[in-house]
Design a binder for this molecule. Structure first.
Ligand code: PEP
Ligand code: MG
Length: 911
């Protein structure tokens, strides 16, 4: 007879059984405690309940079968190691129950300390504390035991049984008031014993039962509460913001308690193995004698610099330094740690690879290479484009004169200074007078858009990182501080108050979109030294700026390693020159429509209004030399590098006055009896060209096919400019790009005419001109195999591909409703900012594959905004594009990310 065997899953791991690579299963804290245990470091013994147990519990609403027995077995082993039993009345083992997910979620989930204390074991604990030596006298020992007990009831009540935390706080305040003391540490054992009674009453009132005396019940309920805290509202919100999958669950660590509050020879602290702000080598940390970890975090008492521990307890200090050095070598990175000293004995409670600022990330990566701990590939992997972008923003030059008056959320980086205004209209008005303004609102809405554009920066008293203000500001690259709730904004009175001060319209403030700090008055702004370096104004070999040296070294290596070329989107000689200084290897998109603005509008108007072939040809002939000169300028700057020139794209009505305004002007002039023949003709043309949906109307290749001679003029101007450059010894490498193609027939028609003109102009100059197309209409992506027959290159226009792929009007939706979509988690980031891999990315992949299948030497690039977005760059690397093209300022970011994509192994979980 077949016996169905069910193999029980392993839900509990002793610290000695895990390691740092098991974060998925044991969470970050558990995996690192295991790693330290196996390194032989002094970690209090304990075990970890896996994330899988949590996932099952959350899915079914009950503990998985077998978990209780496994916990019992590991608890028994722990008791044996410690030589004490959980909650033993004479000499109790106490444990902490701590959450620990794969990714750090600071303060989001629960912890319960001192599990195992009850009415009887509290007495045993006091006796043991007094009897086991150290500097605690017996009164101190009693105090310690009762303090530990009241903390347990408080923490357990609040986190496990949802007793309102304030009730405990009030009871504590009552005792302090009655005794006339201010500091918790002044409470004596009797006070604390009384407090335990009061806490028990509160517990009973809210739960209808007595505080559980059975240690194992305490443990089981605490574990359950940690599981449940994974789905607490704040944790859910945090995960959504940080894009941490909800399916991961948390592990639970059950650790033997060690006490930093057993007297002056005990204490607790936190430390970093290097300065997480600047990356400077050395030990950075804080220590608090006679305290538990939560006291350090709560900031109730002032900590001392870690260095002073050397004076208090040299042996522990030396041991700690030794361990920190070991951890750095082992993890090959900056680590942060938490430790406790119990009566002169050092215990390590936590370590992890520590968070750091953008500058520190570069500096530390460089140092670790020097120290031989990592190689340059790893250094490139350890930094990222978002950090580099942050370092390229201007910063405030702060000295002690400037104290932030308040702090909000750093919603969009940068440093902005200006006069405060409270309405969009006023912002526009003052900006038109050349003034710098900061738009201050409670929160912004789409009506504020004009003011946001006009302002240097945006400051709101409400809303988080995905509020309207934050999303729109980031999209515009504008500095924004949101959610500064210390500000009372009074829009009708045109003022705000903060920290007892009133700031009225016209007063100057400075806001830091990185830190969220707000300053009254004008703080001097410092340009970024990293930009100075990219501009060529700072010699990395000579400067003593550690950051610039590190950036140079890492960028040089990223450039050597990357497969993707990086080009820039630039329409003027000046932009092209800057892009080249920033490392661009060509122009991936020159939008020629930008060359038809300003005083050339009138010529375009003539072109559109032409009634005869002759009139139209005259207008085109007048435009030709102007265009040619534009291209000569760009080709010169990009001597030797490819320049993709896109034929004119936007709807022509954009070059004509707005319909409503024109209609009013004509009506008024008619009323006055003026001669309005010309205006009427213009009005008729504007009416004729008016479109309900211009983005899907007469633009791109459609225009070229409808207005005879327009594309031909541009092709001629481009080719003549290249030939002229060749004559002057400049190597121009033009690539003519046709926009908005949806069918190969469109491209073939344009191409036939273009080839005729090119052949005629090029003559024997040796100039080579490529012809290719944008892939930005979904149909083009899906018929890429056909289109590739007529194109030498494809450039993905992911702005339009996103617009048409999602059906999102690109000029409207981000301001109108994306904040809500972000809030709901429909997407974590705007698909216009970071490529939607699943949908739009699929179109790119199909087109790349089918295009290359039809024409193996097809050149592939991208010139939509996504070309400079870090995550999207990795995708473009993966699908095998040849280059990305982005705005000049983002060229270094794209270079770095292309290098990272090349060196990274798949499956890395670093964030
Ligand atoms: C695009 O659509 O991605 C693109 C680069 O073209 P434009 O932004 O000019 O429409
Ligand atoms: Mg486009």
């Amino acid at each position: 007879m077949a016996v169905q065997e069910t193999v029980e899953r392993k839900y509990v791991y002793d610290f000695a059984e895990g390691n740092k690579d098991l974060k998925d299963l044991l969470g970050g804290k558990g995996a690192n405690l295991a790693e330290m245990t196996n390194l032989g470091l002094p970690v209090p013994p304990g075990f970890t309940i896996t994330t899988e147990a949590c996932q099952e519990y959350l899915a079914t609403g009950r503990e998985p079968d077998g978990l209780a027995d496994q916990v019992a077995a590991h608890l028994a082993a722990l008791e044996q190691t410690m030589g004490r039993c959980l909650g033993d009345p004479d000499d109790p083992l106490l444990v902490s129950v701590r959450s620990g997910a794969k990714f750090s979620m600071p303060g989001m989930m629960e912890t319960v300390l001192n599990v195992g204390l009850n009415d009887r074991s509290v007495v045993g604990l006091a006796r043991q504390a007094a009897g086991s030596g150290g500097q605690a006298d017996s009164a101190g020992a009693e105090r310690f035991a009762w303090d530990s007990y009241r903390r347990l009831i408080q923490m357990f009540g609040k986190t496990v049984c949802e007793v309102p935390g304030e009730e405990f706080e009030h009871a504590l305040d009552d005792v302090k008031r009655a005794r006339g003391i201010r500091d918790d540490v002044e409470l004596d054992a009797d006070d604390l014993r009384g407090l335990v009674d009061a806490y028990k009453k509160i517990f009973r009132k809210h739960t209808g039962r007595d505080f559980p005396q059975e240690p194992r019940e305490q443990l089981d309920l605490a574990v359950r509460a940690v599981f449940d805290s994974w789905n607490a509202e704040r944790a859910v919100l945090y995960r959504r913001q940080e894009r941490i999958p909800a399916s991961l669950g948390t592990a639970v660590n059950v650790v033997a308690m060690v006490f930093g509050n057993l007297g002056p020879d005990s204490g607790t602290g936190v430390a970093f193995t290097r300065d997480p702000a600047s990356g400077a080598q050395g030990i950075y940390g804080d220590y608090l004698a006679n305290a538990q970890g939560e006291d350090v975090v709560a900031g109730i008492r002032n900590t001392i610099p870690l260095q002073e521990l050397e004076r208090l307890d040299k042996r522990s200090y030396d041991e700690l330094l030794d361990i920190m050095a070991r951890l750095e070598r082992h993890y090959r990175d900056l680590c942060d740690i938490e430790f406790t000293i119990e009566r002169g004995k050092l215990w390590m409670l936590q370590t992890r690879v520590g968070k750091r600022t953008a500058a520190a990330a570069f500096v530390i990566a460089g140092q670790l290479v020097d120290e031989g701990l990592i190689d340059l590939d790893e250094a490139v992997h350890r930094v990222n484009g978002a950090q580099l972008a942050q370092l390229m923003f201007p910063r405030f030059q702060l000295d002690h004169e400037f104290q932030a008056v308040a702090r909000g959320i750093g919603a969009s980086p940068g440093a902005a200074v200006g006069q405060v205004v409270f309405t969009s209209a006023r912002a526009v008005e003052l900006a038109a007078e050349g003034k710098r303004v900061i738009l201050v609102r409670r929160e912004t809405n789409p009506d504020d858009l004009q003011g946001m554009i006009a302002a240097q920066g945006i400051l709101t008293s409400r809303g988080g990182k995905t509020s309207h203000a934050a999303v729109v500001a980031r999209g515009m690259g504008k500095t924004c501080v949101s959610g500064a709730d210390a500000l009372e904004v009074d829009v009708p009175a045109r003022r705000f108050t903060v920290a007892g001060q009133t700031v009225a319209e016209g007063d100057v403030v400075s806001i830091d979109g990185t830190t969220g700090n707000i300053y009254l008055g004008e703080v001097p702004v410092m340009p970024s030294e990293v930009v100075q370096y990219f501009e060529g104004n700072l010699d990395p070999e000579r400067t003593d700026d550690a950051l610039v040296r590190a950036v140079h070294r890492i960028m040089t290596h990223a450039d050597q390693r990357r497969r993707l070329a990086v080009r820039a989107n630039a329409d003027t000689g000046a932009d092209a020159a800057r892009a080249r200084r920033f490392g661009a290897q060509g122009i991936g998109l020159c939008r020629t429509e930008h060359m038809f603005l300003g005083d050339r509008r009138e010529l375009v108007e003539r072109l559109i209004l032409a009634r005869t072939d002759d009139e139209r040809e005259k207008a085109l002939a007048a435009l030709l030399p102007l265009q040619r000169a534009d291209f000569v300028e760009i080709f010169r700057e990009m001597d030797g590098l490819p320049v993709t020139v896109r034929l004119i794209d936007p709807p022509l009505h954009e070059f004509l006055p707005p319909l409503e305004q024109l209609a009013v002007n004509v009506a008024v002039a008619q009323e006055r009896g003026e001669d309005v023949a010309q205006e009427e003709a213009l009005l008729a043309a504007v009416r004729r060209m008016h479109e309900e949906n211009p983005m899907l109307g007469l633009r791109g290749v459609r225009l070229g096919l409808v207005i005879p001679g327009l594309f031909a003029m541009q092709v001629r101007a481009i080719t003549e400019a290249a030939v002229q450059c060749a004559r002057d010894g400049v190597t121009a490498r033009p690539e003519i790009m046709v926009p908005l193609v949806g069918a190969v027939q469109e491209l073939e028609t344009v191409r036939a005419e273009a080839e005729r003109i090119i052949a005629e102009v090029v003559g024997g100059s040796g100039v080579e001109v490529l012809i290719g197309t944008m892939i930005e209409v979904p149909r083009a992506a899906l018929t890429a195999g056909q289109i590739a027959e007529a194109a030498q290159f494809f450039s993905f226009g992911t702005n339009d591909l996103t617009q048409m792929g999602w059906g999102f009007s690109r000029d409207d939706v981000e301001g109108a409703f994306f904040w809500r979509y972000l809030e709901l988690g429909i997407f974590g980031i705007s698909p216009f900012e970071s490529l939607d891999r699943d949908g739009v990315g699929r179109l790119v992949r199909i087109a790349a594959e089918e295009g290359r299948a039809a024409r193996p030497d097809l050149k592939l690039g991208v010139c939509g905004e996504h070309g400079g977005d870090p995550d999207s760059v990795h995708f473009f690397h993966e699908v095998g594009l040849d280059y990305v093209s982005c705005s000049p300022f983002r060229v270094p970011v794209a270079r770095l990310e292309a290098g990272r994509a090349a060196v990274e192994t798949t499956g890395s979980d670093s964030r």
